[in-house]
Write a protein of this length. Structure first.
Length: 397
């Protein structure tokens, strides 16, 4: 039997209150502060801002929920105590299993909850609207949570592995191409170049000489849909995840198609970079696709782009949002090693990239299966009452 319960009946809701700006610091003094999804990571927050005068706090295991702005409804797990700013609230069930179950219900019924948000330009969920929101509260919610958590844990484990591989690749790149501590560097002669002293036999190349750059197509946004009609389109919001849930019945020239393994950069805002893993899709305006040519490998091209794009992020300004354009990309020059070492780099970095893409593709399958199960489990369409599931006393965050 599944009953409807108001959130205030089954959980504590802690609305955030922002401390005075004068109490903020980046020196890790006090509690890390969460003002909104800017500090959110894939699973846990990644806050660098602290406050010495926290007004409201969450506990480890709480669900952190955005309550203001166009990111209302985004969620993260608290992996430690945080100070809660006014842009977020914490939701705490009677135990971690109940808190996780509540999160699954909120994920499923988020559109209905967002309809309660007030404000035309700045959506805002009040404490009252959250408390009064009702969700199905199954007698077997522990089993439902256990099943869905198993998928989440596999996905999170893969994300951790991806992050480690990315850090390893970036450390290798810096050691070889920034610090010049590559194999055999002890016996290498350095010569002058437009980029300063570089190893003899290495060369400076412009981005457009070593990569094909394609800018996206100006789709009619009125024809976008989430019903799977037409082809998927790659929007800026999709660059980091590498997958898209937006479709369009327009079909532009095939030169705008992206394939798994393509490098993508969002040309507005924070200029996010990522690898595409969502299968064939069309590139939308303000997203650029980069494909390596000549003898440079895809991951070496990606790593070479990180610092220049980061520099543009800190120097380019616009009236409301930063725009990265062709004129900026044309100023990017790369340092490429001799043919023998370039082949070695591509071999090492290519193995990292293949594993990263493989893990991302596995996560896609896990996520799709989880998303198909979610409504069926919450609604009771899939009966778990007779399933022999050993439910742990605590489901780890």
């Amino acid at each position: 039997m599944i009953y409807l319960k108001r959130l205030e009946e089954i959980a504590e809701i802690i609305m955030g209150t922002s401390p005075a700006g004068a109490t903020y610091n980046y020196d890790c003094i006090g509690l890390p502060l969460l003002n909104g999804p800017t500090e959110f990571g894939n699973v846990y927050p990644e806050s660098t801002l602290y406050t010495i005068d926290s007004k409201k706090e969450c506990r480890t295991g709480d669900l952190i929920f955005c309550v203001r702005g166009n990111t209302t409804g985004r969620m993260n797990w608290a992996n430690k105590e945080y100070s809660l700013g006014r842009g977020v609230c914490a939701i705490r069930g009677e135990n971690i299993i109940d808190t996780k179950y509540i999160r699954y219900c909120l994920e499923l019924y988020l559109p209905e909850l967002l309809q309660l948000a007030s404000g035309a330009t700045m959506p805002n969920l009040t404490q009252s609207s959250i408390k009064q929101f009702s969700i199905p509260y199954s007698k077997y919610r522990d089993k439902v949570t256990s099943i869905l958590s198993a998928y989440d844990n596999l996905i999170e484990n893969n994300l951790r592995r991806i992050k480690i591989l990315e850090e390893m690749a970036q450390n290798l790149y810096r050691e070889w191409f920034v610090n010049f501590r590559f194999p055999g560097h002890e016996n290498t002669r350095f010569v002058d170049s437009p980029l300063g002293k570089i190893p003899e036999g290495w060369r400076v190349e412009n981005l457009f000489s070593i990569a094909d750059v394609t800018y996206g197509y100006a789709f009619k946004s009125s024809l976008f849909n989430t019903d799977g009609l037409g082809k998927p389109v790659v929007r800026i919001r999709d660059v980091l995840s590498g997958v898209s849930k937006t479709f369009s019945t327009e079909e532009p020239n095939k030169k705008y198609l992206v394939e798994n393994g393509d490098i993508l950069i969002g040309m507005d805002g924070d200029f996010h970079m990522g690898f595409w893993v969502g299968g064939q899709a069309y590139l939308v305006q303000r997203v650029a696709r980069f494909r390596a040519k000549k003898d440079i490998g895809t991951y070496l091209l990606f790593l070479s782009l990180i610092d220049p794009i980061k520099d543009f992020n800190s120097t380019i300004t616009g009236t409301t949002v930063a725009h990265l354009g062709d004129k900026h990309l044309k100023t990017i020059n790369f340092l490429l090693p001799d043919k023998e070492f370039l082949s070695y780099c591509n071999s090492i970095l290519g193995s990292y990239l293949r594993l990263i893409i493989s893990l991302k593709l596995k996560n896609q399958v896990l996520q799709k299966t989880r998303d198909l199960l979610l409504p069926k489990l919450i609604s009771g369409e899939v009966d778990v009452s007779e399933l022999d599931i050993k439910v742990p006393e605590e489901v780890a965050i």
